[in-house]
Write a protein that binds this ligand. Sequence first.
Ligand code: BES
Ligand code: ZN
Length: 617
Amino acid sequence: MRFIIYFIACIALALSSCKNENNPSQSEKVRNMIAASKLAQDAHSYSRPNEIRVKHLTWNARVDFDKKIIEATAIYELQHLAPADEVVLDVKALNITSVQVDDIEVKYAVSEEKPFIGASLTIPVKRDSKQIAISYNTTEGAEALLWMEGEQPFLFTQSQAVLARTWIPCQDSPGVRITYDATVKVSPGLMALMSATNPTEKTVDGVYHFKMDQPISTYLMALAVGDVSFRSLGNRTGVYATKDLIDVSAKEFEDMQAMLEAAEKLYGPYAWGRYDVLVLPAAFPFGGMENPRLTFATPTILAGDKSLVSLIAHELAHSWSGNLVTNSTWDDFWLNEGFTVYFEERIMEEVYGREYSEMLALLNKQDLERSVEEISAINADDTKLKLTLVNRNPDDGMTDIAYNKGYFFLRLCEEQVGREKWDDFLKKYFSEHAFQVMDTERFLDYLRKNLASERIEEKVNIEEWVYKPGIPSNIPIVNSNRMELAKSSATKFAQNGDTKAIRWSEWSYQEKVAFLTNMPAPNLMQIKQLDKSFSISSTKNNEVLFAWLDLAIITEYKEAYPQLEEFLIRVGRRKFVAPLYERLISTNQKDIAKEIYQKARPNYHSVTINTIDEMIK
Ligand code: BES
Ligand code: ZN
């Protein structure tokens, strides 16, 4: 309690002496105060950041492809916020070799490992200790890492939600922000990249230096190593990819600079300097990951016609929602993802027009409705925006609820208060909370206060949207004639087998997906007919291919099975592969699922493996 009063007094003092915002040293003081503000208890971290907080990381690492380990030292500067005799970090599957406090070796303790959250690393310190240095190496159990051998060696990390601790000991809670610099040694011929200032050329000696001067959460720590090259796309944007993909990637992402400018026009200046994208191997378990300054992306969005670039808009939007204003714990995940889907849609509307973005929104709505149905059958509480993930894998909260229920809640707010006022509100929200944490309750408070004059409380049933399960009845209506037509042509085709109403070659990918996912009772004859008429099996759009392969499984369209197998082995993106295995299992084809998985598993990242292992036990 005393600490809280002291802290409030400090903030008040700093704010009162900071009337002049142009005085940098004063506003710096306020920033420091905010940075030291009390954090919520995080069920997914052992750390105690309200006592001692790590501030700056100096990371020296050597990447060893032969042994598949990273050998490193992590040096942290400490900030003492309350009396404490030890500092606690999160670790998982790390082999710690020594710990020093202010250059003196100390005895440390690593607790027994628990599922998901791993172990605590407890280091004794004095009240004025300044620095801790941890020497360690990663092990085979480093779930963040995927090592790819062969002709094209590649290593990448995926830290969100709680995997940063498997390659760097850290206070691994989203509320804790650190700055960092790093020196990474890799084999000559490879380039190393991080969520920081990055090289654009390979060095002769394989040594690379990185700097991240803006405080970021540890789930945004990222490293990739591979034989990649860089291509500039605009004065602040560019792309990294392997030789075989650099040309197509540069073409696919040519609108990136326009997206960045559209985003800034909407919600204020981009805070991170450059925005680049790294195209990863297809084993990457996600579509994209918003690592600051360098989004990691799956190559499955390279459709050849820019049709899947909304994913880039999404990761770019995280530069505000998530990376600037960050969910306090994973229970508030919707603050990261719901805002980002909303922002993504707005960027898409700016760059490609409303008709186009409404087609995307319609797919969001369909996904939401289907997910709510599925999740409700298991645990209706998981369809609330505010989650309770204590003692659970934070991954359990990674559903369409956070993304799309979050999106429609914010869209409803926009529609009720009007776009102009809503945009002013969001712009102010991002600028006033930059580099801070946010939880659901503080956001709702801010929303109610700032939009009281718009009578937000009367117009939007906030409590129901955030704290109740299911979809409230006032969910916004999505207007898309084109999507409705695509859906109704699916019904018609089912009735009379007539393909005339199907304008396949004129359709956007969204219309194609709407058609394929709304076939009333697909049968083998129809699938054969569709493939014959439109060669759907040879589509270059992986969202369409995914919907198609799902239909192939349902109808046991065996001609497509070699392709299904090839896809499941080459691609590790969980959003695609998990539902396909699931479909095989639910349609009595588990033996096929098992057979393919046996071949595919060695190529998958732990995130995907953990999910599929559960299904194919
Ligand atoms: N930050 C997420 C990915 C993530 C979330 C990783 C939670 C681990 C835990 C990223 O921004 C994301 O949402 N990716 C989506 C793409 C998007 C367009 C919805 C994906 O990977 O499919
Ligand atoms: Zn996201």
